[in-house]
Ligand binder design. Sequence first.
Ligand SMILES: [Zn+2]
Length: 355
Amino acid sequence: MFKTKSEVYKKFDLTDAKSRQEYFEYKCEPEIQKLREFLKNNTFIAYFLGKKSAGKGTYSKMFAEIVDKEKIASFSIGDMIRSFDESVRDPEKKKELAEFLKKNYRGYVSVEEILKALENRSTKTLLPSELILALAKHEIAKLGRKAIFIDGFPRDLDQISYSLFFRDLIGYRDDPDVFILIDVPTTVIDERVKFRVICPVCNTPRNVKLLATKNVEYDKATGKFNLLCDNASCSSVQSGKPARMVTKEGDEQGIEPIRARLEKDGMLIQEAFKLQGIPKVLLRNAIPTDQTKDMTDDYEVTPEYVYKYNEAENKVEVSEKPWEVKDDEGVLSNSLMPPPVVVSLIKQLVQALGH
Ligand SMILES: [Zn+2]
């Protein structure tokens, strides 16, 4: 179809739900239709592999919203383990779980030992892979027959081999499976963590550097800029005294506390890269700044918010510029907003599914 110049250079506001929808239609309407058609009678299993806080949850949620919420589910192994942890502390649920595991679990450690270890465990105890597989099978059956994005499996090197047979295990044997590898610079994760804040009243998450609210306050005593909550359903906003967003304890350290975990995640991605016979989708979060102009439109690049206090008028002036970070090779890069990454996911997935 012929497009006029003004259409081609159309600017979308990717933080606005309606504008975002238009953006997706503009970028990949045919592919979205193909996926919807595919999902009428088929499913797929997609394994998300990316470092912690790489955006897995954001991408899968956005993908489902755009393509088909009813036919796509996200499944997090981390969430499953947390709820398993709670079940163990509830006598009735524990009994039910023990019965399920007696029938479905095979492994080196007995069900009794596992349950006992869980009752008085530190959250760091590693659960055997055989147990995680049995539990995942149990939980995925509850979702009904849907395409699934799995986050957190494989989690260790030994689990990569298990993942090759996982679709057989959960009874999706004729459905395609695919690995989705997310490449995100460590510095991106670091700044996302360091500058994130939440509203103490309604828990809305924001980022002082990357996702400002509409109201910013300047604290003369500390020389710091604070975000004020602007969530219309927050009680502090409704009362006319919007709460000041705060940093969670430990976040100011950035990735330091999770560095080992990030390195392990990185190794896992490299291993998955070598797998043969299973389609792979590669998502890149960052682009070298010298390629940004050719490869993206301005609005697709994550902005950095810059604040200035105007003393004369006693107000905070907010401006935006493209956020720049060094990638893991030290190359100056821009980070993409989630929607362009999801466009890439949609297009590559259509290819991987062979449609
Ligand atoms: Zn709030």
